[in-house]
Design a protein. Structure first.
Length: 302
C-alpha cells in the first residue's frame, strides 16, 4: 500500500474544516480538485475515508486512523522545517574540520576561536591527520572541510576537490641563538654548504625541500639528525647540533634559544589550502567557516 503524504495532510485539513468546500477555500484549491485528491487517497487506502452528508463530511474509522498518523507526520515536518531553519541560521548543527599538525598549531586555533564566538551553537569537531588521512576522511565524509598543503612539484590537482588557496607559507632557516648566523636578517643559501642539518624523518616533505634547496645551490646537505616533529627539530637546533629549514607556520610556537633567519634566494614555499568535496553543496556552516578561514589567513599574511 502506498499512501501519498500530501493527500494525507489534505485529509486532515478537510477533517479540521468539516467540509471539502471549506478546505478548498483555505488552501486556495477548487472543491473539485480537493474531491479528486481525496478520491485518490481512498483508492490508495482501499476503503472509504469520508462519509458525505448535506452539512459536510465525517471521517470513517479508516479516515480517523489516517488523520491521526497524518497529524503526527505534520508535526514531524514542522519540526524538520524548524530544525533546518536553525541550521541555515547557524543556530544549531555541526561542522567537521580536518587539519594537519602545523596548521593545527597556528591557523586553526584562530578559526576555532572566531567561529565559536560568531556561531556558539554550532558544534565544531576537529580531526588531525597527515595528508593522505585527511583525503580519506573527506572521501568518507568524516570531515566536511580539510586544511591541506602542497608544493609546486606536487600540486593538489584532484577534480573531486573544490580547493581554496588561503595563503603561502614560506620556508625559513632556524639556528641556535649562539650560532654565527644568529641576528642576521637573511642569509644566502650558498653560505650554508659546510653546515650540519636537522631534517625530518619518514620522507617528510620538508626533507624534500631541504634536498631541492641545497641541490639548486650546488651542494648536498650533511644531515646530523632526523627529527619526527618540528618541536624535536627545534630542540636539536637549540643545542647546536645543526641548523634546519621549516615552514613559517611551524615556527608559531618557537622554542627558546632559537632564531629565525630568512633565506636568499628563498626556499620552496608551500601553499595552505582549504578543500571540500566538489560534488557536495556546502552547508551554511561550511560557507561561514571558509569566509573566516580567509579572514584569518589575511591576518597571518599581514
Amino acid at each position: 500500500m502506498h499512501l501519498d503524504v500530501r493527500r494525507m495532510l489534505l485529509l486532515t485539513e478537510v477533517a479540521d474544516r468539516g467540509s471539502l468546500t471549506a478546505a478548498a477555500q483555505a488552501l486556495a484549491f477548487t472543491p473539485s480538485a480537493v474531491s479528486q485528491q481525496i478520491a485518490k487517497l481512498e483508492s490508495e487506502a482501499g476503503q472509504p475515508l469520508l462519509e458525505r452528508h448535506a452539512r459536510g463530511v465525517q471521517l470513517t474509522p479508516a479516515g480517523q486512523a489516517l488523520v491521526r498518523h497524518a497529524e503526527r507526520i505534520g508535526r514531524q515536518l514542522d519540526a524538520a522545517r524548524a530544525e533546518l531553519d536553525e541550521i541555515a541560521g547557524l543556530r544549531s548543527g555541526e561542522l567537521r574540520i580536518g587539519s594537519f599538525p602545523t596548521a593545527g598549531a597556528s591557523l586553526l586555533p584562530r578559526l576555532v576561536q572566531r567561529f565559536g564566538q560568531a556561531h556558539p551553537n554550532v558544534r565544531l569537531i576537529v580531526r588531525s591527520a597527515v595528508f593522505d588521512g585527511l583525503l580519506a576522511m573527506l572521501e568518507s565524509r568524516e570531515i566536511q572541510l580539510a586544511l591541506l598543503w602542497d608544493y609546486h612539484w606536487r600540486r593538489v590537482d584532484d577534480p573531486s576537490l573544490a580547493v581554496t588557496h588561503l595563503l603561502d607559507d614560506p620556508t625559513a632557516l632556524i639556528v641556535a641563538r649562539d650560532h654565527p648566523l644568529a641576528g642576521r636578517a637573511s642569509v644566502d643559501i650558498t653560505e650554508l654548504t659546510e653546515e650540519n642539518w636537522i631534517t625530518r624523518a619518514d620522507e617528510h616533505p620538508v626533507a624534500d625541500v631541504l634536498a631541492r634547496t641545497c641541490q639548486a645551490a650546488g651542494f648536498r646537505p650533511a644531515v646530523a639528525f632526523h627529527a619526527h616533529d618540528y618541536q624535536e627539530a627545534q630542540a636539536m637546533v637549540s643545542i647546536g647540533l645543526g641548523i634546519a629549514l621549516a615552514p613559517r607556520l611551524a615556527l608559531t610556537n618557537l622554542l627558546s634559544g632559537i632564531e629565525v633567519v630568512s633565506l636568499k634566494p628563498s626556499a620552496p614555499t608551500r601553499r595552505i589550502l582549504l578543500a571540500r568535496l566538489a560534488e557536495r553543496r556546502p552547508t551554511p556552516a561550511e560557507s561561514a567557516a571558509e569566509a573566516l578561514f580567509r579572514e584569518v589567513s589575511r591576518d597571518i599574511r599581514t
